[in-house]
Design a protein around this ligand. Structure first.
Ligand SMILES: NC(=O)c1ccc[n+]([C@@H]2O[C@H](COP(=O)([O-])OP(=O)(O)OC[C@H]3O[C@@H](n4cnc5c(N)ncnc54)[C@H](OP(=O)(O)O)[C@@H]3O)[C@@H](O)[C@H]2O)c1
Ligand SMILES: [Zn+2]
Length: 339
């Protein structure tokens, strides 16, 4: 089978297609033929050598968290699965025995990690992490869901977003950003989204973003958002200076949820207004396997359609990373290793 392999740290030209032995499932495992695997910035961090999860010793490395496909082999004890099943992988890896695994939610697990290996024709996975894929959800749409949409969904739940709320999404045109906009609409909330690209903002309006702002200057955004309203919630996947900016615009008692650091690993913020205005800042990572099942059902019911901006053949995986790096991408980018 062929895999898109990170052979060194760098950009898209460090991704090579290599022939690898076919995979065999062990006990409790399954092999899937990967029909679709989506990119996340997490994969780009790994490719750039900027991930705490994957170090240089792991190279050559096959990344890819989000896989949808067909079961091609089932290991001993992987009950309830059969060859030919259409499935979607939940990339969560948990120990199953710690306090957080017992009490939930599972992404608090002390050993929490993520599956890697979806950018290949075959993926070897834990059978219990496979969800049946509803018949009317395509592999490509399904592969968009596990990381970006589940993360955005959990962030919105954590902030208690509901009908009529105003949600601010800085950097609203990528995976988590578009997901946060679309899922806010599912929850009947109003959205403000930003981008540096007019072209991407046009597309964002077409997926239902209520207000768009063309800027990534934190001070400009504070003024522009202020003229629209005070957000009840800020979905902050950028970090850096966007944390202070988000707090400046947040309504009294409002919540900022942070899941990322695209614009900077460190955020400084003014402490006094933070406590005087009863703001909450909450960290969030991924979501549960049940969240993923909920989202797949919402897609099957027509509540929303995952936004896949571009699809790529396996050979084009490096080009897909370059598109993400150059901020050329809109929504989710999906690699399609096998037909
Ligand atoms: N904790 C978790 O569980 C979790 C899960 C998923 C993602 N994340 C994190 O969330 C972030 C987003 O992930 P993603 O996969 O959605 O990424 P993505 O698709 O690459 O996000 C692209 C968006 O980020 C904006 N952007 C890119 N670089 C920027 C910069 N330097 N300053 C301001 N805006 C910038 C882009 O704005 P333009 O439109 O202007 O180009 C675009 O709107 C990443 O930091 C990722 O690691 C965390
Ligand atoms: Zn655990």
């Amino acid at each position: 089978m062929r895999a898109a392999v990170f052979t060194a740290f760098g950009g898209g030209d460090a991704v090579e297609i290599q022939e690898r032995p076919d995979l065999e499932p062990g006990a409790g495992e399954a092999v899937i033929d990967v029909h679709a695997a989506s990119l996340n910035r997490h994969d780009l961090w790994i490719l750039q050598g900027n991930s705490a999860m994957v170090s240089a010793e792991a190279l050559p490395f096959v990344s890819g968290l989000d896989a949808a496909g067909v079961v091609s082999a089932v290991g001993e004890g992987a009950d309830g699965l059969a060859e030919g099943d259409r499935v979607l992988l939940c990339p969560n890896e948990t120990c199953g025995i710690c306090r957080y695994c017992r009490e939930g939610p599972e992404m608090l697990c002390e050993q929490f990690s993520l599956y890697h290996g979806a950018f290949a024709e075959q993926a070897l996975v834990d059978a219990h992490r496979l969800l049946p894929l509803p018949a009317d959800v395509s592999y490509t749409d399904a592969a968009a869901l596990p990381t970006a949409y589940v993360t955005a969904w959990r962030m919105l739940q954590t902030a208690g977003v509901g009908p009529g709320d105003l949600v601010f999404v800085p950097g609203a045109t990528g995976g988590v950003g578009v997901a946060a906009v679309q899922l806010s609409s599912v929850l009947a909330a109003e959205t403000i989204g930003t981008s540096t690209s007019e072209r991407k903002l046009d597309r964002l309006e077409a997926v239902g973003c209520d207000h768009t702002i063309r800027s990534d200057d934190p001070d400009e955004l504070v003024d522009a958002v202020g003229s629209i309203g005070s957000p009840d919630a800020v979905m902050n996947h950028l970090g850096g200076e966007f944390t202070q900016a988000g707090l400046e615009m947040l309504r009294r008692g409002g919540t900022m949820v942070i899941c990322g650091r695209t614009a900077g690993d460190r955020s400084a913020f003014d402490v006094a207004p933070f406590f005087l205005q009863h703001h909450r800042i909450v960290g969030s990572t991924m979501g549960t396997q049940n969240d993923l099942a909920t989202l797949a059902d919402l897609v099957a019911d027509g509540a929303f359609e995952p936004l896949v901006g571009e699809t790529y053949a396996l050979e084009e995986t490096g080009a897909a990373f370059d598109d993400m790096l150059e901020r050329d991408a809109f929504g989710k980018l999906v690699v399609e290793p096998s037909e």
